[in-house]
Design a binder for this molecule. Structure first.
Ligand code: FO1
Length: 306
C-alpha cells in the first residue's frame, strides 16, 4: 500500500503519473489548510484539484478548476457588485454546493470526500488530512490574511513575514490518516509548496509523530530547482520560515519526516550535502510538462526501495 501526502497545484502532475502506474492500494492525504467559505459554499481547492486531476477533468494548465468550465455564476455576481475575486466556474460550483449540502446534513469532510470520489469514479482513496478546521494565513506587513486572499485576491504581492496554521494545535487527523501512514509500504511527499501545501498536514501533531515513528521509505520530491520554486510563492514562504531556497533547504525542512529526496539533475552538486544530514538523494528530471514526464517521474519514485 502506498500513501501520498499532497496539496497544491504543483502536486497534481505527479499524482496523475502515480495514478497511471500504481496497481496497488493508494491513500492520498490531502491538505485542508487552504479551504475557504465563500459565496455560501465550502470550497476545498486541494481536494477538488485531486478529484478533478484523477478523473481527467482538471484544467491542467491552470492547475485548478474544471477544464472548459463556464463562469456565468461569477459574471452574474459581478454584475450585482458582489464579491467575485475567486474564480469559481459553474461546474466547479456544483461540487462545492454538493459538499456544503452533505456537510449541512451532518457528514464530515472525510465522508463527503468519499462520496465525491465515488461520483468522480476515482479508484484510490482521497483522505482530507483533518476533519477539523485548519486555516493557513499569511502574516503580511500590516495584517493577517487567508492564503486565498493573499494569493488570489492580492495576487501574491504582499510581503510575507510569516505563515500560520490557525487551529492546527487542536486539529486531529481524520479517520484512516494514521493507519495509512503506519501501514504504508512507501510514503511519498509530493512536490507541493512545503509551507502552504504540505505543512498544514505534517504539522498536525499526531501525523508528524506517526511519520517520525514509521520505518518505511519516506520520499520527498523537491518543489525547488536551481534555487527557485518550480511555481508559486514557495521560495518566499520558505525564506519567511527561515529556510534556504534550495534543495538543501527542502531537505532541512523535511528532515524529521523523510528518508529520501528526489532532486533535479541541475542540483546534483547538493547530493553530498544532503548525504551529510543522513538522507539519500536521487537525481531525476523533475519538471513534468507533459503526460510522459509525469509517468517517468512517477516510475522513478516507485523504483526507490529499501
Ligand atoms: N487560483 C487562482 O490563482 N485564482 C483563482 O481565481 C482561483 C480560483 C479557484 C477556484 C477553485 C479552486 O479549487 C481553486 C482555485 N484557485 C485559484 C487555486 C487556489 O487558489 C490555489 O492554487 C490552491 O489553493 C493552492 O493549493
Amino acid at each position: 500500500m502506498i500513501t501520498i501526502i499532497t496539496g497544491g497545484t504543483g502536486s497534481i502532475r505527479l499524482l496523475r503519473g502515480l495514478n497511471s502506474i500504481i496497481e496497488e492500494e493508494v491513500n492520498i492525504i490531502v491538505n485542508v489548510g487552504d479551504n475557504i467559505n465563500l459565496f455560501g459554499v465550502y470550497i476545498c481547492p486541494d481536494i477538488d484539484t485531486t478529484l478533478y486531476g484523477l478523473s481527467n477533468k482538471l484544467d491542467i494548465e491552470r492547475g485548478w478548476g474544471i477544464k472548459d468550465d463556464t463562469f456565468n455564476f461569477l459574471e452574474s455576481r459581478r454584475r450585482i457588485s458582489e464579491e467575485s475575486w475567486f474564480q469559481v466556474g459553474d461546474k466547479d460550483l456544483a461540487t462545492h454546493v454538493r459538499r456544503t449540502n452533505l456537510m449541512e446534513n451532518g457528514l464530515n469532510l472525510t465522508e463527503v470526500t468519499d462520496i465525491l470520489s465515488k461520483e468522480f469514479g476515482i479508484k484510490h482513496r482521497i483522505i482530507p488530512a483533518s476533519n477539523d478546521r485548519i486555516e493557513t494565513t499569511i502574516i503580511t506587513d500590516d495584517r493577517e490574511m487567508h492564503l486565498q486572499e493573499f494569493w488570489v485576491k492580492n495576487k501574491g504581492k504582499p510581503e510575507i513575514s510569516d505563515v500560520i496554521y490557525n487551529g492546527i494545535d487542536n486539529a486531529k487527523p481524520a479517520q484512516n490518516v494514521i493507519k495509512s501512514i503506519e501501514e504504508a509500504d512507501k510514503i511519498i511527499i509530493s512536490p507541493g509548496n512545503p509551507i502552504s501545501s504540505i505543512g498544514p498536514t505534517i504539522y498536525i501533531k499526531q501525523i508528524r509523530d506517526a511519520l517520525q515513528r514509521t520505518n518505511t521509505k519516506k520520499i520527498v520530491i523537491s518543489p525547488i530547482m536551481n534555487n527557485k520554486p518550480i511555481s508559486g510563492p514557495a521560495g518566499r514562504m520558505m525564506k519567511a520560515k527561515g529556510y534556504e531556497v534550495s534543495v538543501m533547504g527542502v531537505a532541512e525542512y523535511y528532515k524529521d519526516v523523510m528518508t529520501d529526496i528526489v532532486i533535479d539533475r541541475i542540483d546534483k552538486e547538493s547530493i553530498s550535502e544532503i548525504e551529510r544530514i543522513g538522507k539519500v538523494a536521487h537525481v531525476s528530471d523533475i519538471i513534468m510538462n507533459d503526460r510522459l514526464k509525469e509517468i517517468q517521474l512517477a516510475e522513478e519514485v516507485m523504483k526507490i526501495s529499501e
